[in-house]
Design a protein around this ligand. Sequence first.
Ligand SMILES: [Zn+2]
Length: 125
Amino acid sequence: MPDAHPSDPALALYHTLENVQWQRSFDARSLTRGQGYARQGRVRHGTRPEQEGEMLVLRAQVDGSGRSRYLTSLAVDPHNPPMGVVSDCSCPVGRQCKHAVAVIQSFIDELEANGSKRPGITAGA
Ligand SMILES: [Zn+2]
């Protein structure tokens, strides 16, 4: 099957996040706060994106408020864009929380900062 994406899971994840319009999986408040977390450098990347079956998975630790630190994981299915982003977190919210937003935003920022191999993608600011 022809595949437009390189086999690099990071690039595949990047394209899939754009494709599923990942922001739609989170509410406005989580987006705002999570993106703030990302810019404050609260995300500790524990792992690189991984391909797990059909899914692309990203896991990281995020510094929460106070001294808490949360383990966040999220998954997207490149073949099922309507599913959006499914996230899971060790914080009280658990699903679709601001920590997942922080992880995604930080991932995107990092990739774009590296600036390599980005064929005509316009990222949402
Ligand atoms: Zn969380």
